[in-house]
Design a protein around this ligand. Structure first.
Ligand code: UN1
Length: 495
């Protein structure tokens, strides 16, 4: 019996207006059908917006600490269902259970952080330039927020957009990636169980070109937050610019791990294996370039290749799996194209480079962990986001050259430098053009209570996570109270 899932709109689980559905299958086993989900249309977005606007009227008047209490209960419920959620996530997007448990934990952390923020949401009180006059700023909710999320962190990313949006008093419409609709369904169940008024959250499934587009173009959705490709982000940005919407973009990355001659090589080796092949390379923060100083290059490559060959591919729900499948056939085809491109451009394939086949692997979208050496700065392997288990190694002579290679791409999410020289470490923090730089740690591993995001074409200046995201989801309002009983003209009567 195939389970049919629904949208959540106006306080009800409802079928899409289109009566069209899409299949959600396990990327490790295409015979495993998870369920049918709504292929919604623009009319479903209209209904969701109408409901969210009603929800907003209630929620914006609920005191922020009470909104925080709901999110604390959400954190408790996520914690109590951590194992079940991890299994759902691994089944629909493939990464191993240890990683999906981490993904749930990121959601729990985000919920508890949001809960405490309900008792802060600071404004400022500052002196007025006039006597007997009060001056202050406060945070106000904005309205309906449209959240468009990717497949690679099926829980963490929806939570790190939705929880701050909700804590600030907004209503939310969530459009999750069509690869991971089940996780969001459980997230909405949990929000409702925690006591969120039903019309404050809407869940609309479907394709980006249809429902994502309708959400971005809807005149009554003043806030959009999008995580996905730089190409799609450009369309989203153009529309939001034209419509004067507030927009947060988190897009591509081409993150480098730099290993200098004086580094702890064992540590750097563990770091790059996790950074490059964790989540099968499908993270915006994945290590897709390894920049090695000449003195350690050959020995490091030899050890790395050995270790990469030993990684165990398989179903992420089975114990012992290090690397799961890619999310889809399209993702695997893209990786294959880059194997050709790399080879054509003169890079040397030292490991992987082909589909992983045989036995149970034939049922999923598996690809061997792949390493190219002799990659030159400026080549396509150095420049373009692949979003798969492909690592490109670039040889450099000095830290300065390594920094230049790191900075010579259009993206700027994360970077990492392995060195035992504290001066070089601090120079890296200063010189590397990224939103996040790790010293002696891989390019992945951001924590929920710090700002997350990138520079250049990775983002548009906003950050998710930490304290900064609360600014994005609220509007500053200033209040002046003149208790002098007389007309006081600022800038005039006092000078
Ligand atoms: C992403 O890659 O899309 O730092 C998000 C990390 C995770 C978040 C990654 N905490 O890798």
């Amino acid at each position: 019996m195939t389970t049919t899932y629904k949208n959540f709109i106006a306080g009800q689980w409802v079928a899409p207006s289109t009566d069209a559905w899409f299949e959600n299958r396990n990327p490790a086993d295409q015979d495993d059908l998870i369920g049918l989900f709504p292929a919604s249309g623009a009319a479903d977005i209209d209904a969701a917006v109408a409901s969210a606007r009603r929800g907003f009227e209630i929620w914006k008047r609920t005191p922020a600490p009470a909104r925080g209490d709901v999110l604390r209960r959400v954190g408790d419920l996520l914690a109590s269902r951590k194992e079940e959620l991890a299994d759902i996530m691994t089944r629909e997007m493939g990464k191993p259970l240890a990683e999906t448990r981490g993904d749930v934990q990121e959601g729990i952390d985000t919920a508890y952080y949001a809960a405490t923020e309900g008792r802060r949401l600071f404004g400022h009180t500052v002196p007025s330039e006039l006597a007997n006059k009060w001056a202050m700023s406060m945070r106000r909710p904005i309205g309906v927020c449209g959240l468009i999320t990717p497949f690679n962190f099926p829980l963490a990313i929806p939570t790190w957009k939705a929880f701050p949006a909700l804590l600030c008093g907004n209503a939310v419409i969530l459009k999750p990636a069509e690869d991971v609709p089940h996780t969001s369904t459980v997230l909405v169940e949990i929000l409702l169980e925690a006591g969120l008024p039903p019309e404050v959250i809407q869940l609309v499934h479907g394709m980006g070109e249809v429902v994502g587009k309708a959400l971005v173009e809807h005149p009554h959705v003043p806030v959009i937050s999008f995580t996905g490709s730089t190409e799609t982000g450009r369309f989203v940005g153009e529309t939001c610019g034209r419509m004067h919407k507030r927009l947060s973009l988190e897009m591509g990355g081409k993150n480098a791990q730099i290993v200098l001659d004086d580094a702890d090589l064992d540590l750097a080796l563990d770091g790059v294996l996790w950074g490059a092949f964790g989540t099968t390379g499908q993270r915006c923060t994945a290590t897709s370039r390894l920049v090695l100083q000449a003195g350690i290059h050959d020995a490091f490559v030899a050890r790395l290749t050995e270790r990469a060959k030993g990684l165990r591919l398989g179903d992420g729900r089975k114990a012992g799996t290090d690397v799961g499948p890619l999310v889809s056939e399209a993702a695997r085809a893209k990786v294959e194209r880059y194997i050709e491109i790399g080879t054509q451009q003169g890079a040397s394939l030292v490991c992987g480079g082909a589909r992983a086949v045989g036995g149970a692997l034939d049922r999923g979208f598996f690809f061997q962990p792949t390493i190219f050496t002799n990659v030159t700065a400026g080549s396509r392997l150095d420049q373009e986001e692949i979003f798969g288990p492909v690592l490109s190694v670039i040889k450099v002579r000095s830290a300065e050259e390594a920094f230049a290679v790191n900075n010579g791409v259009r993206y700027g999410l994360s970077s990492s430098v392995y060195t035992s020289n504290v001066n070089v470490a601090f120079r890296a923090l200063q010189e590397l053009d990224n939103g996040i730089t790790y010293v002696n740690a891989p390019t992945i591993g951001a924590e929920a209570h710090l700002p997350f995001g990138g520079v250049k074409e990775t983002g548009n200046g906003h950050r998710e996570g930490g304290w900064e995201v609360y600014e994005f989801y609220s509007e500053t309002k200033v209040g002046y109270v003149d208790y002098s009983g007389a007309l006081q003209r600022a800038q005039i009567d006092n000078y």
